[in-house]
Design a protein around this ligand. Structure first.
Ligand code: CTP
Ligand code: MG
Length: 234
């Protein structure tokens, strides 16, 4: 439910960085793998420094890395105020841990993958603006360039959805706090928070994403991110 008359009380940001990065296959958890000499997490947090109205940040990391004095944290600048908490067995559990650690006064919550480490702050701003404008849930998305097929368990095609109606979604995903809290309390599981919110019957708006918000998943993705930063360098 939206209350357009309620005063804005600030943005809370949950940055999930507690995954192991099994597909990247590095010796460190993915968020702590160096990209141009600094952990992915450091790059991911940079965007928050430029975002107006941030009241609280929860950074969710593997249990063994909760202590920011650990060497793996070198080069990560934590925003102020920020808390660091341990994640859970899957992404949904890690988001829930971050949500529980946010300042309860935040009325808008963003959930962001540390693995989308080069996401421009303009994407964060678009998402916040759309939540503030009244949407219960907002996700950044890009048009899909490939034709997509649905298939059955045997690999046979069951359909070809209209590509014009498809969006590949990214993070940060933004929500009214009460909506996201209810979605996590529902006990459902999903690969993103928007799907939990959709399952409760809320409408989720897609705003324009950005190619730089791609997720570092494999070694090729890490190379791509390195090339992007090299191209940015003066
Ligand atoms: N994540 C998390 N807690 C988990 C699993 C994932 O906080 N238990 C976070 C990751 O750190 C990442 C984001 O969710 O920032 C998206 O997940 P993904 O790209 O799948 O990262 P990993 O789970 O670490 O990678 P993989 O699936 O290859 O193991
Ligand atoms: Mg994963």
């Amino acid at each position: 439910m939206t209350d357009a008359h309620a005063a804005p009380r600030g943005v809370g940001v949950v940055v999930v960085a507690a995954g192991s990065g099994s597909r990247l296959g590095a010796s460190l958890p993915k968020a702590f793998v160096p990209l141009a000499g600094r952990p992915l997490l450091g790059w991911a947090l940079d965007a928050l420094g430029q975002l107006p109205g941030v009241r609280s940040v929860a950074v969710v990391v593997p249990e063994g890395l909760v202590n920011t004095a650990h060497a793996a944290w070198a080069g990560v600048g934590l925003p102020d105020p920020a808390v660091v908490v341990a994640g859970g067995a899957d992404r949904t559990a890690s988001v829930a841990a971050g949500l529980a650690a946010l300042d309860p006064g935040c009325d808008v919550v963003l959930v962001h993958d540390a693995a989308r480490c080069l996401t421009p702050s303009a994407v964060f701003e678009r998402v916040v603006a759309a939540v503030r404008a009244g949407a219960d849930g907002v996700v950044p998305g890009l048009a899909v360039v490939d034709t997509v097929k649905t298939v059955d368990a045997g690999g046979f095609v069951t359909g070809t959805p209209d590509r014009a109606a498809l969006r590949a979604v990214q993070t940060p995903q933004g929500f009214r706090r009460a909506v996201l809290d209810a979605a996590h309390a529902s006990g459902l599981g999903a690969t993103d928070d928007a799907a939990l919110v959709e399952a409760l019957g809320h409408r989720v708006l897609v705003v324009e994403g950005d190619p730089r918000a791609f997720k570092v998943t494999t070694a090729d993705d890490l190379d791509r991110a390195e090339r992007m930063l090299a191209a940015d360098a003066p």
